[in-house]
Each structure stands twice: as structure tokens, then as C-alpha cells.
Design a protein around this ligand. Sequence first.
Ligand code: FAD
Length: 429
Amino acid sequence: MVQNVVIIGAGPAGLLLAHYLLRRGNYHIDIYERRPDPRLADVSGNRTFPLSLQERGRKAIRAIVGLEEAIAAQSVFCQGTIIYQKKGKSRRLPRQNPVLTIDRNRLVTVLLKQLTETSSPNQVKVHFNCECTAVDGTAKTVIFKPSEGDSFTVHYDLLVGADGARSQIREYLVENAGLPCSQNYVPDAYKSVFLSLLNPNAAVELEPNKIHAWNLNNKTRMVMVPQPGDQLNGVIVFDAETNPLEGLSTKEEVKTFFEENFPLFGQLMSLEEAEALLKRPVARVLTVRCDRFHEGDSVLLIGDAAHAVSPSIGQGCNSSLEDVLILGQLLEQYGDDWGKVLPHFSEQRVPDAHALQELSNYSFPRTKFLMVEFFLRLTMGRLFHRWFPRLVKPFVFDLVLDTDLSYSQVLSLNQGWIHKVKRSMAQNS
Ligand SMILES: Cc1cc2nc3c(=O)[nH]c(=O)nc-3n(C[C@H](O)[C@H](O)[C@H](O)COP(=O)(O)OP(=O)(O)OC[C@H]3O[C@@H](n4cnc5c(N)ncnc54)[C@H](O)[C@@H]3O)c2cc1C
């Protein structure tokens, strides 16, 4: 029997899940997204940022024929990071395995295009400008408020909350189904920044296959990633309580701020971008920790809706895509019996999500002293792993980025380091 699946959120997790379900053949899928169609919007005009995808995210994408190639065609492969410091010093962090980097909205656009090109509207429909506002789990209905016109109600057999960190579906489960869940804002806030990779007038040209990072102090930093067409997209991250851009009121002041504090990036900033940056809203990151990701046999949470984490080690999207891979395996194993698939999904995925939260919060140190130890451990880990691959595992970052070991396994191999960083943060808070 064909089942009606309603997916809330056309982000990376919701769209990849639609691809997986489409291939199983026995689903009618409706995706509802509160934002407009990204295929019609200008990427640089939106609140978006580059994502880095590694093996665990890419493995999930690879399961759909042609998808990885389509995404790769819109990506830049980065061979490592250059970390700039004041007084022109820089440190290189090479990577053996290149990291695929792609703007979030561009990733979503590719997922959407491939989905609509490989399905008929009888199988999958994507409804933009429709915000989910309420759920009735007993009647199995969802209410939507379109950007124009009256609210309407839709029936579901299976409801998937892929609606991000501020999930409406999770909210429903917390309030009506006793879902244990905690949410916290990370201390950092950010603004997206869009530059050009080169400025011939100032004779500045950044390497096109490196991530460019600049730590101004332990509270303010920029991470900029080359994107197709000589673009350099990224974010400025700062403590939410002390926004360094707050006192600036003109585009000239913004440009001067960047030229003084991040000189290389400042020289790549146009006055138009300085003006746009001034108006762009400050964004906060909400982290989410739930004790299960489902209710009965008909409601499921995936991606950020289930386990949003700090972007410090770039795993939010990777883990969201990995959720879909695991769901696909469970659907195969239990013959699409959602009564079995959903509890097994929670059982398998919740411990990994909790481990990922620890790794995201405490892998990367914030004190100068531990930063030195971090780079030492990273370098030694790589060296000794090359010499004695069976005896020595790489350091935490390389394990997260280059392997598909579960997050729980990575955490248990690095408990000592994670505790050390946690203690140092508690002492400095
Ligand atoms: C600055 C920054 C950098 C990051 N870098 C990385 C990185 O390098 N690597 C990585 O793996 N991850 C990274 N992440 C995390 C990554 O962006 C998220 O984990 C990922 O986007 C989660 O995908 P998702 O589909 O679960 O949710 P989302 O991408 O949040 O998509 C959810 C969708 O649901 C829609 N929606 C929400 N509410 C409703 C509603 N009520 N009705 C209808 N639609 C709704 C939203 O409009 C949205 O389109 C970063 C995050 C930030 C903030």
C-alpha cells in the first residue's frame, strides 16, 4: 500500500530523505518548506554559508546515483586550511583527503533539481512558502500557513520533522508526547560574509583550494571558503554579548573595520558587500539534545530538528545526511515497517548524537596553551598513524573528518582530550 509521507523542511536532511524514499517506490511524498524556492533566489542575497562535507555525509549522498557528481560540480575541493594571525603570520593545516565545500543553498538547490528531475509530481511534491504551524498526532494531520491565502490541513501516515534547530514538530512532541529535550544557544553569534577571492587593484589573491581562517582573538574569528566563480563565502563569528560590528553605521566604517582587523579579507570586500553586511541580521546557533527521535510509528525527527550542534567542527550537515543513510539501512532491514524502523533509529542514533554534541563543544580548545597542545597532538597523531597505522589512531579532528567511525567511537577514543578542554572552559567561564 502507498503511504503518505509528509516531510516538514526542504533542507539537506528532508530533501535527501525524499530521494531515498522515492527509490523505495511505495511512498507518496509531500515536502513543505516555509521559505521560497531557492532555485529562484540569489544565493548571495540570502542567509547562507558554506558547508564542508566529508566521508560520512558524502557516503549518504553517494547512495543516490548521480547525486554526488552533481553536488561535486557545484563545489570546491579544499586541500586544507590557512590560519592567519596578526602581523602577517600564517599557519598551514594541510589535509590528505580534500574536503568538499558547498554553499548550503546551492546544496539544497542541487538536491531539489535532481529530485524533481527524477520523479513525477505524483510521487513527490515540494510546496514552498508553506509554514507548518500545528500538528494533531491523534488525527494525524498538520496545519500549514501559506505566505498568501488561508491556512489548510493535510493528512499524513508518516510525519517527518526535518525542520531544523527550531523545529515545530519537535516542539509538538515536547509539549504533547513528553519528549525529553534540552536546547541551548551557543555563546557565539555570526553574520554571513560574501567576498571575492581576488582583488587585482590591491594585488591580493587568496589560494583557491584552501579554507581561509582568521582568529582575531578568542572571541572573534572569520572562516572564509572559496566557492565557484572566484567567490569567497563564509562567516564572521563573535561573542553574542559583544558584537564588534554593533557600533558601525556606514559601509565605509564596516570596510575599515575589516581592513584593520582582518586586512586580507578587508581588501577583498566591496563597498556593496559592506553595506549589505550592515543590514544582514545577526544569527544565533541553537543546539538541541533529545532522548528519542520518534513517537510511535508515525512521527520522526531527523537532522538539526533532532540533534543540532555547534558548527565548530562542521558536522551538523554531515550527521544530518548520515541520519538518512541509517534510516535507509533500517527500512531495508525491516521491510519498511515503520513500527520497527523508528524505535531502532532512535536506539542507534541518539547515543551518536549525544557523542557528537560533546565532540562539537569540546574538540576545539579556546585557550592559547591548549591550542598549542591541539596542533601538537594533531601533527603527532598524523605522523605516528602513518608509521604505526594499527597501533596509533589519528587525533580527534582527523577521526571525525576522515573516517566513518561512529561519533560514539570517536568520543570514547578521545575522552581524555575532551575532558581537558571541558575543564579549561569551565575554569575560564
Ligand atoms: C555558520 C554555520 C556553518 C556550518 N558549517 C557546517 C559545515 O561545515 N559542515 C556541516 O556538516 N554542517 C555545518 N553547519 C550545520 C548545517 O548547516 C546544518 O546541520 C544543516 O543545515 C542541517 O540540515 P537540516 O536539513 O536538518 O536543517 P536545515 O538546514 O535547518 O533545514 C531545515 C529547513 O526547514 C525549514 N523549516 C523550518 N521550520 C519550518 C516550518 N515550521 N515549516 C516549514 N518549513 C520549516 C527551514 O526553512 C529550512 O529550510 C553549519 C551551520 C552554521 C550555522
